[in-house]
Design a protein around this ligand. Sequence first.
Ligand SMILES: Nc1nc2c(ncn2[C@@H]2O[C@H](COP(=O)(O)OP(=O)(O)OP(=O)(O)O)[C@@H](O)[C@H]2O)c(=O)[nH]1
Ligand SMILES: [Mg+2]
Length: 325
Amino acid sequence: MDFLKNIFGSRQRGRAHQPQPEPEVEKQPEEPEPQDENQEENSYSDIIYENSWRKYGSLEGEWDKKYSDTLLDEIEKTTAKLNPGKLNIMMIGQVQSGKSSTINSFFSITEERIASRAKVGKSEASYSLDLHVIPGEGKLQHIVFHDVMGIELGEKQGVHIDDISSAVNGQLKPGYKFNPMAPANVQGTEVDESLMIHCVIYIVDAENIFSETVQSFQTKIKDLENKLKIGSNRMVIVTKIDNISNIVKDDITKIFKSENIERVVESAKNTFGVPKNYVFPVKNYTDEAEIEHFKNIPLLLALRQATYFGADYMRGKKVDNQKKS
Ligand SMILES: Nc1nc2c(ncn2[C@@H]2O[C@H](COP(=O)(O)OP(=O)(O)OP(=O)(O)O)[C@@H](O)[C@H]2O)c(=O)[nH]1
Ligand SMILES: [Mg+2]
């Protein structure tokens, strides 16, 4: 993790690494509270801006249940009017990037308790091995989440890009077991419209984003995008932001004021070639015992955007089909 040391500053307890030239006047360096020895290993100092680098007009001082419910209502409203059927969202990303955890976080929010709908676990290779199609519930009832095996950089490891492409096109059945050595032969397989993906969310681990591996990951993604011909219906979620900022770890409401988080968002923007406002930093519900409404907000802002993109894509497709007929 030396690259993080260079980018985010020293792991050593104490003052944040000061970039040259000195930070602008409006930046207010905050020093993390001294931590115990065990915490130190995985903690990074940060600088908190006075003004947010991303502005949500309605968000100032509103990190509460009411705002969380408002976002959930918007998500339900956007997806309820979709025609035909439900909104299919697929999580794609490197092994262990947090794809399944992100889906579980959405269920935790809507069920108001820690939920476990997708299999999550620590593993060298991908923990998710089959195509897991998980229908949403409650306010997410018009959404279906598609969880897949993780991408690995080596040849014949991790999910095969052709399998992702087939799954996105609705040609793989739920429960399909991914085989890194040989993708499914889908020639002649009918497309199941109800499984076609309307929005792809790339999931990337905040600690991984600057590393070399993500650069080679980028090559795999380019390959995938050429196959999928996906357009604006794709976005990025950066997970594990709690691992790159002590301050945000302690207070998630500082997420849009954190220099470290802005840097990973910028980097994800470049890696995936999407506009900055298509990149959403989140902290998943992984070690919490209960839901805390302020922690829902970044996750729901991301999901709301996915529903907007998915809805736009569905609408565009309908217009195209009408033109053809
Ligand atoms: N600290 C922290 N850990 C996270 C976060 N999201 C996921 N994790 C952890 O990262 C590990 C991998 O998470 P998964 O959700 O299984 O990742 P995945 O991308 O589905 O992994 P595969 O299915 O193996 O490809 C687990 O140990 C999670 O608890 C997060 O936001 N913060
Ligand atoms: Mg998984």
